[in-house]
Design a protein around this ligand. Structure first.
Ligand code: FES
Length: 357
C-alpha cells in the first residue's frame, strides 16, 4: 500500500484571488516513487481539530519536472483549501502520498497524436500537466485546449498557458470561454455545454482527425462534453474524463457499521503487499474502507466520493455492490475492479486483492 511521506513546501504562490499553487520538494530518494503520469493527483493529509483530513489535488507540473506542483482552488469552508490559503507556509511539511489516479495520458509518444482538451475552472489542473507534457515530450503531437471560466481574473494558470502558446505556436490551440465577461466574439462567451462543444469543435477542430479527448470539470460539464463529442463522431473510449468533485447526490456517505451479535456478518479478506488480513463486517453496513477502519485495518482511500480511484481494488472472490463510480474505466469494472469506498458486500465472503493491477 502506498504510504504518506513528509514533503517540504518550497513555494506557495497566489494563482488567482481564489486559488494557490503549492510546490513540494521531492528528495532524490523518493523521486521514483513520486514519478507520475500527466493527469494524476496527490492525496494529502493534514490534521484539523485532532482528526485527519485527507484530500486529493491534481499535479499541474509537466512530466519529469521537479518540484512537484499542485493547484488548489480555495473553497469557502474547505478544511484543506482554507488551511492551504491561510496557514500553510513555505518551509512547512505535509503528509503526501505518491501520485495516483486513472485519468492520465501516456506522454513521450513519438508517433504524434492530435489531442483536444476541455477544462472548466480548477479542472484545468490535471489538463495543465497534460497539455504541457504533450507539448514538451511529444514533438509530433498537437493539442487544442478549450478552457471555461467565469472571468479572466479567476482563470488558473493563464500565464503558463500563454507561455506555452508562445513557445509552441504551431502545436497548441488555446481557446478561452468566459461566462461572466462580455466577449468580442460570441463563441468565446457562455458556458462549456453540449451546444458550445459542438460550436467550438466545428469551428476549430474540423479536419483535425482528433485521436483523444481529455475532459475535466464538474459533473454536469463532463456529461455534456462527453455526450457532445461522441455525438460528433468520437469513439467513447477515446474520450477520457475526470470530475473534480463527486456530485452532491451521488457519493455514498459513510454509514455506521456496528456488528451486532445476531447480525449476518460477512467475512472480508484483503490481500495487500503480499499479505492477507481478514475482518468481519455487516452485510448492510458501511463500505469496505470504513468497515475495515473500524476493525483497525487501514485500506487506501482519499476522496471517499467515488472519484479519485485511490481505493481501487479487485474482487477476486465473492460479490459486491458499488454505489457510484466516477473513477474507473468500463474495462476495469468488466474485469472486476471496484472502488472500495463505494462498495459493500453482497455475499457471505469477499476476497479483495489490492495487488492486482
Ligand atoms: S477514495 Fe476516492 S474513489 Fe474511493
Amino acid at each position: 500500500m502506498k504510504q504518506f511521506h513528509s514533503l517540504r513546501v518550497i513555494a506557495k504562490t497566489s494563482e488567482t484571488r481564489d486559488s494557490v499553487r503549492i510546490a513540494f520538494d521531492v528528495p532524490e530518494n523518493l523521486r521514483d516513487e513520486f514519478s507520475f503520469m500527466p493527469g494524476q493527483h496527490l492525496p494529502i493529509q493534514i490534521e484539523r481539530d485532532g482528526k485527519p483530513v485527507r484530500r486529493t489535488y491534481s499535479i499541474c507540473s509537466p512530466i519529469g519536472c521537479w518540484p512537484l506542483e499542485i493547484g488548489v482552488r480555495i473553497q469557502p469552508g474547505g478544511q484543506f483549501s482554507e488551511f492551504a490559503a491561510n496557514e500553510l507556509k513555505v518551509g512547512d511539511s505535509l503528509d503526501v502520498m505518491p501520485p495516483t489516479g486513472r485519468f492520465h495520458l501516456d506522454a513521450h509518444r513519438q508517433d504524434g497524436k492530435t489531442h483536444i482538451a476541455f477544462a472548466a475552472g480548477s479542472g484545468i489542473t490535471p489538463i495543465m500537466s497534460m497539455v504541457a507534457s504533450i507539448l514538451t515530450s511529444e514533438p509530433n503531437s498537437r493539442v487544442a485546449l478549450f478552457y471555461g471560466n467565469r472571468e479572466q481574473n479567476t482563470t488558473m494558470f493563464i500565464e503558463d498557458l500563454f507561455a506555452l502558446k508562445n513557445r509552441f505556436p504551431e502545436r497548441l490551440q488555446l481557446h478561452f470561454v468566459f461566462s461572466q465577461e462580455d466577449q468580442e466574439f460570441e463563441i468565446s462567451g457562455g458556458r462549456i455545454d453540449g451546444n458550445k462543444v459542438a460550436e467550438l469543435y466545428e469551428r476549430f477542430c474540423s479536419g483535425m482527425n482528433v485521436d483523444e479527448a481529455w475532459v475535466c470539470g464538474p459533473d454536469s460539464m463532463i456529461g455534456d462534453v462527453t455526450d457532445a463529442l461522441v455525438g460528433l463522431g468520437m469513439q467513447a473510449d477515446a474520450v477520457h474524463a475526470e470530475r473534480f468533485g463527486a456530485p452532491r447526490k451521488g457519493g455514498k456517505k459513510p454509514a455506521e457499521s456496528v456488528l451486532s451479535e445476531s447480525e449476518d456478518a460477512v467475512k472480508v479478506t484483503v490481500i495487500m503487499d503480499g499479505h492477507e488480513k481478514s475482518f468481519k463486517m455487516p452485510r448492510n453496513g458501511s463500505n469496505f474502507v470504513d468497515a475495515a477502519a473500524e476493525q483497525g485495518i487501514e485500506l487506501p482511500f482519499s476522496c471517499k466520493g467515488g472519484v479519485c480511484a485511490t481505493c481501487r481494488t479487485h474482487v477476486r472472490r465473492g460479490d459486491v455492490n458499488m454505489a457510484v463510480n466516477y473513477g474507473l474505466e468500463p474495462w476495469e469494472v468488466d474485469k472486476g475492479f471496484v472502488l472500495a469506498c463505494q462498495s459493500t458486500p453482497n455475499s457471505d465472503e469477499v476476497l479483495l486483492d489490492y495487488d492486482k493491477s
